[in-house]
Design a protein around this ligand. Structure first.
Ligand code: PLP
Length: 379
């Protein structure tokens, strides 16, 4: 029985050994990080160590890192009317790109009539001219643009967007969940006012995230109120083990980044060239800068659900670009925003690589696609 091949790293990643050790150690601590006795102080030490590690990894100050239950919560928290920063605000409306994650498209605490969409190009990259036009009419806006798209892997012009947004007196939030650990990402050099991260995309545990702010950003309304944790920005006893695992994963991921990127690009290119030689497959957003690990492809007549099941039966975990809700497969909102028709938007399959992906995994994926491409598309 051949071993399974995991090519769905954009959905989630396996736990790093370093994260597991950090979590096991933390689970053995009795203390609450808010308690002043020795047990409490030990738990606090782990939380603050992780905060310092994450802050250093993304170019922020530890006091501006707020740990949350997930990337989803950090996004919900970031989208807060009334935010202000050194270059603008208070914000009265929200502009989000049409290819954002559902947790951003949900709009946080902004009322629906205060939310606008920024268009993207056929390659899935934010249209900065459209952003400029949107910013011109109306009060200061909070703009939310992801650093890299989870489906296509397309990198977004977040640094350029930051200048445009600041010139218009607004603030920029960057969902960097897919960028961390795959490309260098630094909140200061991007010029972002707020950024979102998630532990489970970098080898940390599921169910831990962080909202990171630039110095001087204020007016954030907490989502959870109660105890004064996280400097009154997020109530609730901290997930000490999860946070310790996040910190450990961030440390090792950042250390390994240059080598991992080189290796993933080589494997990704080989995968892409191989796929495209079979059954007329084409890759989305292949003409723009992308994450080093992501391939979203389709072929004439391909049904994503059937392909995902076919790959699974061949022992390979991949995902579809379409979202499945209430049992019905919907066309991907990302591909729809890029102007693809629903049939094509329902035929996209995503393969995403990670640090333990090797040449044999790519061979197996190509072998499977040769088999599936030649059978699925003939029937
Ligand atoms: N933002 C992006 C771009 C994502 O890909 C995801 C997860 O898939 C999230 C946010 C949500 O993160 P979490 O799973 O930690 O809630």
């Amino acid at each position: 029985m051949p071993t399974r091949v995991y090519l769905d790293w954009n959905a989630t990643t396996p736990l790093r050994a370093e994260a597991r050790s950090a979590m096991l150690a933390a689970w053995d601590l009795a203390g609450n990080p808010s308690s002043i006795h020795a047990e409490g102080r030990e738990a606090r030490r782990l939380v603050e160590e992780a905060r310092a590690t994450l802050a250093a990894a993304v170019g922020a100050l530890p006091r501006n890192v707020v740990f949350t239950s997930a990337g989803t919560e950090a996004n919900a928290m970031a989208l807060s009317p009334g935010l202000r920063g050194s270059s603008g605000g208070p914000v009265e409306r929200l502009l989000v790109s049409a290819v954002e994650h559902a947790s951003v498209l949900a709009g946080g605490r902004f009322p629906v009539d205060r939310i606008g969409l920024i268009q993207v190009t056929r390659s899935g990259v934010v249209d900065l001219d459209h952003l400029k036009t949107q910013l011109k009419d109306g009060p200061p806006a909070l703009v939310s643009i992801m650093a890299a798209n989870n489906e296509t892997g397309a990198l977004q012009p977040v640094a350029e967007a930051a200048s445009v947004v600041h010139e218009a007196g607004g603030l920029l939030h960057v969902d960097a969940v897919q960028a961390l650990g795959k490309i260098p990402f630094d909140i200061k050099s991007v010029g972002a006012d707020l950024a979102t991260f998630s532990a489970h995309k970098i080898g940390g545990p599921k169910g831990v995230g962080a909202l990171v702010m630039a110095e001087g950003v204020g007016g954030l309304e907490p989502v959870l109120r109660g105890g004064g944790q996280e400097l009154n920005r997020r109530a609730g006893t901290e997930n000490v083990a999860g946070i310790a695992g996040f910190g450990a994963a961030a440390k090792v991921t950042l250390q390994a980044l240059p080598e991992d990127v080189k290796r993933m690009v080589t494997l990704r290119d080989r995968l892409e060239n191989g796929l495209c030689g079979i059954a007329g497959a084409t890759v989305f957003a292949d003409n723009v800068a992308r994450l080093p690990n992501t391939v979203l492809f389709t072929a004439p007549g391909l049904k994503a659900e059937t392909a995902v099941i076919g790959f699974d039966l061949e022992g390979i975990a991949v995902s579809s670009g379409s979202a499945c809700s209430s049992g019905k497969v919907q066309p991907s909102h990302v591909l729809s925003a890029m102007g693809y028709d629903p049939a094509m938007a329902q035929g996209a399959v995503r393969l995403s690589l990670g640090w333990s992906t090797g040449p044999e995994d790519i061979n197996r994926a190509l072998e499977a696609w040769r088999k599936l491409g030649n059978t699925l598309l003939k029937g």
